[in-house]
Design a protein around this ligand. Structure first.
Ligand code: NAP
Length: 305
C-alpha cells in the first residue's frame, strides 16, 4: 500500500511529489499519456517566479519532473480509469488493469480546454481545428487563422500564431477582452492581429480541412463567412473530475471543493491545482497548492497512525 498517490503531472502534482518525496513518503505519481499538464501546450512562461528571462513551459515541466524524480518519486504512465474513495485504503485503477491502494491521494488532474460544441469542430479537429497553438501553429505558415475567445489564452495564442500566420482574427463574443492589460496591449500593437467583436462562431466550414468559419454578430444578427485555414479555440477550461462525481463534493462547475487547506470532503483525499481552483488558475498557485497538499497528506498519515 502506498502512502501517497498523486494523480496528475502538472505543476500541482509535481510540486506535491517533490514535497512528499522529500518527506520520505515514497510517492507514486500517475501521469497521463501527455505528461506535464497544460504548461506543455504553452510557449514562454514569463510570470513564474525565479525565471527573470522567462522559461518555455515544456522546459519548466521537464525540470519539475526531474526534481521530483531526484528525490525518489516513482512515476506510472497511464490513465486512471476508476477510483474508489468510499473506503480506506483508497483504490485507484490505471488503464483498467492495474489497481493501486493508497493511504492518501492527491488529486491534481487539472482542467481541459472547453470546445465550442459544434459538429464540424469535432469532425475537423487535427484538420485545422486546434486547442493548442504551440502544438499546431507551425503548420499554418503563411496562412490566415481565427482564434476564438477573449481571455489570456486566446490573446496569447493569437500573438504566438502571428509568428507563422499572415493574419490572425480574434473572434470574441463581447466587445471587451477578459485578458490581462499587458496581453491586450501586446495584441493591439500587433499588426497581424485583428479583432472581430460581439461575434460567435456558428459553424466551421470545410470538407477535409478547415476553409473558413461562419460568424454571427450577436448585436446585429448578421451572418458572414470568413475564410481561414485554421481555427484555434481558446474559450476556457473544464476541471477533470468526471471520475470523482458522486465520491467527493464538487461545485456547480465540477471543481473539487476544498475546505481547510487542500482537504476535500473525504478525509485522506486532497486536491491541488486547477482541479480545485476556478479563480486563480496560475502555474504558481497550482504549485503552491501542490506543496500544501503534500504537507496535508503527511500530517494526515502521521495523525492516523
Ligand atoms: P478565461 O479567462 O475563462 O477566458 C475564456 C474566454 O472565452 C472568455 O473571454 C469568454 O468570454 C470566452 N468564452 C467562454 N465560453 C465561450 C463560448 N462558448 N463561446 C465563445 N466564447 C466563449 O480562460 P483562459 O483564457 O483559458 O484563461 C484561464 C486562466 O489562465 C486565467 O486565469 C488566465 O489569466 C490564465 N492564463 C494566463 C496566461 C498568462 O499569464 N500568460 C496565459 C493563459 C491563461 P467572456 O469574456 O464573454 O466570458
Amino acid at each position: 500500500m502506498r502512502n501517497v498517490v498523486i494523480i496528475g503531472s502538472g505543476p500541482a502534482g509535481l510540486t506535491a511529489a517533490i514535497y512528499a518525496a522529500r518527506a520520505n513518503l515514497a510517492p507514486l505519481l500517475i501521469e497521463g499519456w501527455q505528461s506535464g499538464g497544460q504548461l506543455t501546450t504553452t510557449t514562454e512562461v514569463e510570470n513564474y517566479p525565479g525565471f527573470a528571462k522567462g522559461i518555455m513551459g515544456p522546459e519548466l515541466m521537464k525540470d519539475m519532473r526531474a526534481q521530483a524524480e531526484r528525490f525518489g518519486t516513482e512515476f506510472l504512465t497511464g490513465d486512471v480509469s476508476a477510483a474508489d474513495f468510499r473506503r480506506r485504503p483508497f483504490t485507484i485503477t490505471v488503464d483498467g488493469e492495474r489497481t493501486i491502494t493508497a493511504k492518501t491521494v492527491i488529486l491534481a488532474t487539472g482542467a481541459s480546454p472547453v470546445q465550442l460544441g459544434l459538429k464540424n469542430e469535432s469532425r475537423l479537429i487535427g484538420h485545422g481545428v486546434s486547442t493548442c497553438a504551440t502544438c499546431d501553429g507551425f503548420f499554418f505558415r503563411g496562412k490566415e487563422l481565427v482564434v476564438v475567445g477573449g481571455g489570456d489564452s486566446a490573446v496569447e495564442e493569437a500573438v504566438f500564431l502571428t509568428k507563422f500566420a499572415t493574419k490572425v482574427s480574434i473572434v470574441h463574443r463581447r466587445d471587451k477582452l477578459r485578458a490581462s492589460k499587458i496581453m491586450q496591449d501586446r495584441a493591439m500593437k500587433n499588426e497581424r492581429i485583428t479583432f472581430i467583436w460581439n461575434t460567435v462562431v456558428q459553424d466551421i466550414l470545410g470538407d477535409d480541412v478547415v476553409t473558413g468559419v461562419r460568424l454571427t454578430n450577436v448585436v446585429t444578427g448578421k451572418t458572414s463567412d470568413l475564410p481561414c485555414a485554421g481555427v484555434f479555440v481558446a474559450i476556457g477550461h473544464r476541471p477533470n473530475t468526471a471520475l470523482f462525481v458522486g465520491q467527493l463534493d464538487l461545485d456547480a462547475k465540477g471543481y473539487v471543493v476544498t475546505g481547510k487547506g487542500t482537504a476535500t470532503s473525504v478525509p485522506g483525499i486532497f486536491a491541488a491545482g486547477d482541479v480545485q481552483d476556478s479563480t486563480y488558475r496560475q502555474a504558481v498557485t497550482a504549485a503552491g497548492t501542490g506543496c500544501m497538499a503534500a504537507l496535508d497528506a503527511e500530517r494526515f498519515i502521521e495523525s492516523s497512525g
